[in-house]
Design a protein around this ligand. Structure first.
Ligand SMILES: [Zn+2]
Length: 290
């Protein structure tokens, strides 16, 4: 009898745990090799999860206002431009309960919050694994807000480390060239930090915004990661009517980056599937080569 009760209690607890995470995050798989994550925009409470108490050197429990909506709008605009949706993971819970951009030890204090935190990161990991199986190149953009540089967008890659694969195959232009995301931001008139003329590995990313837990654990400096970049939007770019313009311009910047650096080049029709001798024929019969 005692054993049965314990089993029932355990089953009830597992159902409750399973129910909470689904409500705690908003997630959708996509078709583009792009993931947008937004860990700090939520404003919902979590049943069974008590508020955090200060821990760690950078404890913050106010949300990055409107960054959940910003990520959603960027995703929709990206789909409109490219015809394909990015992957999207948004924390619905308020940061005062869980900081999803921190290690678990600093992210929450109450064990009742663990399932929602785990669900957020399990979803990001599953999407990365899915993308890695389908695409040669991919990028995660972690969407945040800050008030230190009110009219600027800040780049965080831990001084180039979390975009290691991208830098090694495409070089600095992928980070600060005209078709990079921040190159496009600058061309659209946005203030950017660091400036466009610094090298991606220079230690000039803004203090406290060099990239947090998300880019650190999912970046391409890790063997199971993809390129990852933190985007920190100033408050003026997220308020009122500015939000939609920011989202539209961000989607354009990301789409340009996708076209130039992520989209796999089409395989030449003649060469595809051709045997070595057939390929030689193509070359030998090509006009101007005889
Ligand atoms: Zn943030």
């Amino acid at each position: 009898m005692l054993r049965l009760s314990a089993t029932l209690l355990l089953a009830a607890a597992m159902v409750a745990q399973a129910a909470a995470p689904a409500a705690a995050i908003e997630a959708s798989a996509g078709e583009l090799p792009i993931i947008l994550t937004a860990p700090h925009g939520g404003d919902e409470s979590l049943p069974g999860c008590a508020e955090r108490t200060p821990v760690g050197v950078r404890f913050v429990n106010r949300p990055d206002a409107h960054t959940d909506r910003l990520a959603r709008l960027i995703a929709a605009e990206l789909q409109r431009i490219t015809g394909r949706a990015p992957y999207l993971v948004i924390a619905r819970f308020h940061r005062k309960y869980i900081d999803a951009n921190r290690r678990a030890e600093e992210a929450f204090g109450d064990p009742g919050c663990a399932a929602a935190y785990a669900a957020y990161h399990a979803t990001v990991r599953a999407y990365i694994d899915d993308i890695r199986g389908k695409h040669p190149h991919a990028m995660l953009f972690d969407v945040h807000g800050q008030i230190a540089f009110r009219d600027a967008i800040l780049r965080g890659t831990r001084y180039g480390s979390t975009v290691k694969a991208l830098l090694s195959r495409a070089g600095a232009p992928a980070i600060n060239g005209p078709d990079s995301v921040f190159g496009r931001f600058a061309a659209q008139g946005y203030n950017i930090v660091p400036g466009i003329n610094s090298a991606p590995t220079d230690h000039v990313e803004a203090k406290n915004y060099i990239g947090g837990h998300t880019v650190e654990i999912y970046g391409s400096h890790r063997s199971d990661g993809i390129d990852a970049m933190q985007l920190e939007y100033g408050r003026d770019l997220r308020e009122g009517a500015a939000l939609e313009a920011t989202a539209r311009d961000s989607a354009r910047a990301i789409a340009a980056f996708y076209e130039r650096f992520l989209r796999a080049p089409p395989v030449a029709a003649k060469a595809r599937g051709a045997t070595p001798s057939a390929r030689r024929n193509i070359v030998e019969n090509a006009p101007g080569l005889s």
